[in-house]
Design a protein around this ligand. Structure first.
Ligand SMILES: [Cu+2]
Length: 448
């Protein structure tokens, strides 16, 4: 006998099966429930704000799924507007990926829906709302709607004693005029796991431990620089994917939606600050204390003099196998002002969403996206439903082996990424900066 659930999976509509009671039977219990609801959040004793969150907490619950084992998540939208949950970094069909632009149905206000999917690939992923915010700083990614998602591989080499999940976020936004006349968000508070420095619990460790940090930048718009005073951070994965060359670094740079996994040896007893490297951002609250057992006192910070980061340091050796040349797809990024004092629009090859387009992809071919950033902003570019390999970051030499789903393309800079078109269906490509995607920096890539 085939259950309704099986039918839905076989039909490819596993997607969002709402309205169970209409069929007069109880649906099987979901593996997990997410409630989207308004929340009053205390970022610090001085900063209380109203936001929207998952299950009454920020970040939302840490979801741990086994790779390739199907899960059903029931999402209830207790807000007064449609919502959708995006499973960032997973290879999912467009019906459940969580972007309305790809065809995932929005969850109407006051309704529930189910997402059934097979989690993959293994690694540090996350989930978040994928709605527009425009200049409403309580909506979209400006809100507290984000959570960690770990997809556990079948066999995991546990090479650490303790792990911590940390989400960087900026809150209480306001519009700020920049030098070139564009309006960009500024923020009153910055947090790690929803708490400003001194308001949350310290990370408690013991000497001799090896800890694994899973850091997510869930900021709607801001790039962040993170260091742990007194310690190097050994980067082992970017966007949840192991890097070819793990390497200790003095600090991390995370663009919006990027993740870094780093191993740290607890070999310098004391109470230390883990936080934003730039003083003015750390002063807004983006820091947390790391406390060795039996150590007390104020957390100590050591101010680095420079901001140091590049992706290339984790690259691998050139693969020996000859490769089929990929299809080259140039994408020129520009901003256009819509008249005096008006909002800008972002364009890809001269067009904004929904007009922006490239030729439909052919399944099985490889594509190289060549980003040419002709704007004065850095852009964290995200491709849904796929991973891509960083292939060139503006230097004469190509690079190899770094798999990501977000790449930060610097102002007036270039980057090239390659991916295999092996997850057919509508695929959203966009800038992960909320105010840029809201102003047209999105494109649906079609392939059958
Ligand atoms: Cu952007």
């Amino acid at each position: 006998m085939i259950s309704r659930r099986d039918l839905l999976q076989y039909s490819g509509l596993a997607a969002l099966a709402a309205s169970w009671p209409a069929f007069g039977q109880e649906p099987p219990a979901p593996d997990f429930r997410i409630d989207i609801a308004p929340l009053t959040l205390d970022l610090s004793p001085r900063h209380r704000l109203k936001t929207t969150a998952y299950n009454g907490q920020v970040p939302g619950a840490l979801l741990r799924f086994k790779e390739n084992r199907p899960v059903t998540i029931e999402v209830t939208n207790r807000t007064d507007r449609p919502e959708v949950v995006h499973w960032h970094g997973l290879f999912l069909p467009p019906e459940v990926d969580g972007a309305v632009e790809e065809g995932t149905p929005p969850i109407p206000a006051g309704s529930s829906a189910r997402y059934t999917f097979t989690p993959r690939p293994a690694g540090f992923r996350w989930y978040h709302t994928h709605t527009m915010a425009m200049n409403d700083f309580t909506r979209g990614q400006y809100s507290g709607q984000h959570g960690f998602l770990m997809i556990e591989p079948a066999a995991e080499p546990a090479r650490y004693d303790q792990e911590f999940f940390l989400a960087l976020h900026d809150w209480d936004g306001y519009l700020l005029a920049s030098g070139d006349g564009a309006m960009n968000p500024g923020y009153a508070v910055a947090t790690i796991n929803g708490r400003a420095m001194g308001s949350g619990e310290p990370l408690r460790v013991r000497q001799g431990q090896r800890i694994l940090l899973h850091i997510l930048n869930s900021s709607p718009t801001e790039v962040h620089w993170i260091a742990l005073a007194g310690h190097d951070l050994r980067v082992v994965a970017l966007d949840g994917n192991p890097v070819p060359t793990p390497r200790p670094v003095p600090m991390l740079r995370l663009a919006p939606a990027e993740r870094v996994c780093a191993v740290v040896e607890m070999n310098n007893p004391g109470v230390w600050v883990l936080g934003e490297v730039r003083r003015h951002v750390q002063a807004l609250g983006m820091a947390v204390a790391l406390e060795y057992e039996d150590r007390r006192g104020p957390a100590r910070w050591e101010q680095p003099s420079d901001l140091i980061w590049n992706y290339e340091q984790f690259t691998g050796a050139k693969p020996t196998l000859p490769e089929d040349p990929p299809v080259i797809v140039p994408l020129v990024i520009e901003s256009k002002f819509r008249g005096h004092g008006a909002m800008e629009a972002w364009t890809l090859n001269g067009k904004s969403y929904p007009e922006a387009a490239i030729a439909p992809l052919e399944r099985g071919r490889r594509y190289r996206l060549q980003f040419v950033n002709r704007s004065m902003d850095d852009h964290p570019l995200h491709l849904h439903r796929h991973s891509f390999e960083l292939r060139n970051l503006g230097a004469p030499q190509d690079i190899h082996g770094i798999l990501k789903d977000v790449v930060l393309v610097p102002a007036l800079g270039r980057a090239e990424v390659e991916f295999a078109a092996d997850h057919p269906g509508a695929t959203l490509f966009h800038c992960h900066q909320q105010n840029h995607m809201d102003l047209g920096f999105m494109m649906v890539i079609n392939y059958a």
